[in-house]
Design a binder for this molecule. Structure first.
Ligand code: TMP
Length: 242
């Protein structure tokens, strides 16, 4: 990164830098992968670039469908320019199919299709290990007004509909995903962060039987291998379709 730009924040998978315009930032996607609150760490050459390119494509689709997002444009293969937002410390997870922590914490069987999308909200706080949080606790902690939370939940459901449809076209099943939102300088709520195989579960629909073939970060979480190949395959399918 050009050293005239100042590092504002470094997360587990991205770095955020200042931009010449005060209401914008530059986001650089790193090759680092973490899981289980960074208990597990690795580096995958090319992951940052693939996630940046995949996220950019998906943000463009969402913007076309009138979803307000922070995305402005790609700067190069692993950096994008976005609107500067004040990130709301909540991780909004939407699940269409039961998997991952839902199945560890309940007796719902992995792979069960949910009758309607389930939204689980987590407090974004690494020290507390991102606990599951309730609407009442969000209000109690004064994280967000209830009308803003309702808007975020409504946007999450709309994003789900758009993404299910899109991924189905490229023979991928959208099992679940995690979103983050924030306020821009005019106090509008925008979708932030990234949308990539790091924060979505995507299963290959090109399978003859019901075998689960993950093309997402579960390959790393569950030590299955082939992460870069899977991310590359997703990017290829997106580009072939668009
Ligand atoms: P979970 O089943 O582990 O709760 O994950 C649900 C979805 O959220 C899955 O697509 C992975 C994503 N996720 C993140 O993006 N970041 C996280 O820190 C966690 C725990 C999950």
């Amino acid at each position: 990164m050009n050293n005239k730009y100042e590092l504002i924040y470094e997360g587990k998978a991205k770095k955020v830098f200042t931009h010449d315009d005060a209401d914008k930032v530059i986001i650089e996607f790193k090759d680092d992968a973490t899981a289980f609150n960074a208990l597990k760490k690795a580096k995958f050459e090319g992951k940052g670039k693939l996630n940046c390119l995949i996220s950019a494509r998906i943000f463009e689709i969402l913007i076309k469908n009138n979803i307000p997002t922070h995305f402005i444009k790609l700067e190069n293969e692993n950096t994008m320019i976005t609107k500067k937002i004040k990130v709301i410390p909540l991780e909004i997870v939407l699940r269409n199919t039961a998997y991952g922590s839902l199945c560890k914490q309940t007796n719902i069987k992995p792979g069960t299709s949910l009758e309607k999308p389930l939204i689980d909200i987590y407090l974004k706080n690494d020290e507390l290990n991102d606990p599951l949080i309730t609407k009442d606790r969000i209000e109690l902690m004064k994280i967000l007004r209830s009308k803003d939370l309702d808007l975020i939940l409504d946007l999450t459901l709309k994003i789900n509909e758009i993404l299910i449809r899109f991924f189905k076209n490229i023979k991928l099943k959208l099992v679940d995903f995690k979103l983050e939102f924030g306020f821009d300088i005019k106090n509008n709520i925008l979708l932030g962060d990234e949308i990539s195989p790091d924060n979505c579960r995507l299963w290959d629909l090109n399978q003859k039987n019901d075998t689960i073939v993950s093309l997402d970060k579960d390959l790393f979480r569950n030590d299955l291998g082939g992460l870069i190949e899977a991310y590359r395959e997703i990017y290829r399918r997106i580009n072939d379709f668009l």
